[in-house]
Ligand binder design. Structure first.
Ligand code: ADP
Ligand code: MG
Length: 254
C-alpha cells in the first residue's frame, strides 16, 4: 500500500469553548490535488493552519507521510516536538495565504531566498540561482528586483508561491489564494497552480473557484461547521452532491 501524503485522523481543534474542528478524518494521496470547499467559518483555514504548525490540535492525529505533525520518533516511541524542532517538519509543507504576506522591504528574489538561506542554511549563491529558477517558473524572472509594492496582487501572489516552493515542500497548502485579487488577476495565479499540479505536486486548495476545482481537482472535500460533510470526485460533489448542506452551499456559489 502506498502511504498517503497527508492523513488526518479525528482531528479536533477548539478555541476556548468553541469547537472549530469536530473530528476531521481525511487522506490526500501523493500527487493529488484536493480542493476544500465550505462556507465561511466552517474551519477550512484552521485545518490548514494545523497542518502547518500555526495551530496545535487538541485531539486526533495529523501525519505528513510517515511523520506525525508535532512529534518525532525516537526508537519505538513518539516524543512531542519542542518549539525549536518544528522548522524541519514545517519546511515539508508550503503554505500560500489569501494575503500574500511578503516582506515589504525585500525584493521578489530576496523574499524567495530568505527561507532557504535562513532556515535551511543553503549557500547564498545556490539559493539565489534556485530562487531565479522559481521566479522564472511563475513567470516573474524579469521582476526579481521589484519590491512587493511595485508588483500587482497577482504578481505578489506568484512570488508567494515561488517563496513557498523554495523550501522544496512535499505538500503545498493554498488558503483562498485568489480571494484577495481583482478578477482580472485571478487567472494568472490559477495558471501557476495548474502547472504546479501538472508537475505532480500534492496540493490542498481551499478555494471558491469552482472552475479550478472541476478542472484541476482530483478530489473535492466539502466542510461545514467543523465537519467533513462529503468527499468525492469534482463531478460527483459539485454536480451531484449527496448531502443537503453541500446542495445548499452550491446553490449559493454556483
Ligand atoms: P474558514 O476558513 O472555513 O472560513 P476558519 O478556520 O477561519 O474558517 O474559522 C472557523 C471558526 O473558528 C470561526 O468561527 C472563527 O471565528 C474561529 N476562529 C478561527 N481562528 C480563531 C482564533 N485564533 N481564535 C478564536 N476563534 C477562531
Ligand atoms: Mg478561511
Amino acid at each position: 500500500m502506498i502511504e498517503p501524503m497527508l492523513r488526518a485522523r479525528n482531528v479536533h481543534k477548539s478555541f476556548g469553548h468553541i469547537e472549530v474542528l469536530k473530528g476531521i478524518t481525511l487522506e490526500v494521496q501523493t500527487g493529488q490535488v484536493a480542493c476544500l470547499l465550505g462556507p465561511s467559518g466552517s474551519g477550512k483555514s484552521t485545518f490548514l493552519r494545523c497542518i502547518n504548525h500555526l495551530e496545535k490540535i487538541n485531539d486526533g492525529e495529523l501525519w505528513v507521510k510517515s511523520e506525525r505533525i508535532g512529534y518525532r520518533r525516537s526508537g519505538n516511541s513518539l516524543h512531542e516536538l519542542k518549539e525549536n524542532e518544528t522548522a524541519r517538519q514545517r519546511a515539508a509543507v508550503g503554505m500560500v495565504f489569501q494575503q500574500f504576506n511578503l516582506f515589504p522591504h525585500r525584493t521578489a528574489l530576496e523574499n524567495v531566498v530568505e527561507g532557504p538561506i535562513i532556515v535551511q542554511k543553503v549557500p547564498k549563491s545556490k539559493a539565489m540561482r534556485e530562487g531565479m529558477e522559481l521566479l522564472d517558473r511563475v513567470g516573474l524572472a524579469d521582476k526579481y528586483k521589484h519590491y512587493p509594492a511595485q508588483l500587482s496582487g497577482g504578481q505578489q501572489q506568484r512570488v508567494a508561491i515561488a517563496r513557498a516552493l523554495a523550501l522544496k515542500p512535499q505538500l503545498m497548502l493554498f488558503d483562498e489564494p485568489t480571494s484577495a485579487l481583482d478578477p482580472e488577476l485571478v487567472g494568472e495565479v490559477l495558471d501557476v497552480m495548474t502547472s504546479l499540479a501538472a508537475s505532480g505536486m500534492t496540493m490542498v486548495v481551499v478555494t471558491h473557484e469552482m472552475g479550478f476545482a472541476k478542472e484541476v481537482g482530483d478530489v473535492v472535500h466539502f466542510m461545514a461547521d467543523g465537519q467533513l460533510v462529503e468527499s468525492g470526485s469534482p463531478t460527483q460533489v459539485l454536480e451531484n452532491p449527496r448531502e443537503a448542506r453541500t446542495q445548499a452551499f452550491l446553490s449559493k456559489v454556483l
